[in-house]
Design a protein around this ligand. Structure first.
Ligand SMILES: [Zn+2]
Length: 264
């Protein structure tokens, strides 16, 4: 009788995203990732000044809902209406001078009042929120975490080898530090340039399906880039705005309009 060799089941760690068609790394499952994210988000809101009942707060919720519905239509058109069953969408406006907005895995979004003068209008707000929703939909948090796990596992393997060869205590301590690193990711680390471009393109499609003007995304990023300088806003430090980003957006508009007209 032949004994079966244990193997890693690839379909469980590689997942194809229905919106981009790209295969992505999923070493952490949504259940675990989202549970951690939802707890961290609730913890953040407890200490924050949430201002959802102001006129601006209502607009943030409306734009968030419009974009979520757009995503729902798009996923239905791609034959994946089940895709975000586990997501728990939330959009909160938080009183803060910080020029920032972010998302956590599973659809947990925060917009700071400090970014509203830069978003300027509903189309500008849809640009920012569409980008954030896209990060969540494309599971960028999970990919980021998966990449971190791979790096950690690689380092642990290297550490074990050094340890076996008689490494000092300092090296062994490094192993614990790397374990900790794997659990600090939630919405705080900047995404890679590739993920930024992807989120821009998918965000643009979402806002266009919702009926917002995609041309306004260029105006928003131009206003944003004018703010770089000695007091660079937090949003800019994780979302570098430059000529290339603005040019890419301009080039992505025809595709966004074509996709939107197919789905709307
Ligand atoms: Zn981003």
């Amino acid at each position: 009788m032949i004994e079966e060799t244990p193997r890693i089941d690839l379909p469980t760690v590689i997942e194809k995203n229905p919106l981009t068609g790209k295969s992505t790394l999923a070493l952490v499952d949504d259940d675990r990732m989202f549970a951690e994210s939802f707890a961290a988000y609730a913890g953040f809101l407890e200490d924050a000044t949430v201002v959802n009942n102001t006129p601006d707060g209502k607009v943030v919720r409306k734009v968030g809902e419009d974009l979520r519905r757009a995503a729902e239509k798009w996923l239905a058109a791609e034959g994946r209406p089940d895709y975000f069953e586990k997501y728990k969408w939330e959009y909160n406006l938080v009183e803060s001078p910080e020029v920032n907005a972010w998302c956590m895995p599973g659809g947990k979004i925060v917009v700071y009042t400090g970014i509203l003068p830069v978003t300027g209008n509903n189309d500008g707000l849809a640009t920012v929120m569409g980008h954030e929703l896209a990060h969540a939909l494309l599971n960028h948090g999970r990919q980021q975490r998966s990449a971190e796990i791979l790096r950690t596992v690689g380092s642990i393997a290297a550490n074990v080898i050094t340890f076996a060869a008689g490494a000092d205590a300092g090296t062994r301590q490094g192993v614990d530090v790397l374990y900790d690193l794997g659990s600090t990711y939630l919405g705080t680390l900047p995404f890679s340039r590739k993920h930024e471009t992807e989120a821009d393109e998918v965000g643009l499609i979402l806002m266009t399906i919702s009926g917002y003007n995609p041309e306004e995304s260029i105006a928003f990023w131009t206003r944003m880039s004018e703010m770089s300088g000695s007091q660079t806003p937090a949003f800019l430090s994780t979302h570098p705005s430059n000529k290339q980003r603005i040019a890419n957006l301009g080039e992505a508009i025809p595709n966004a309009e074509e996709t939107a007209s197919r789905i709307r």
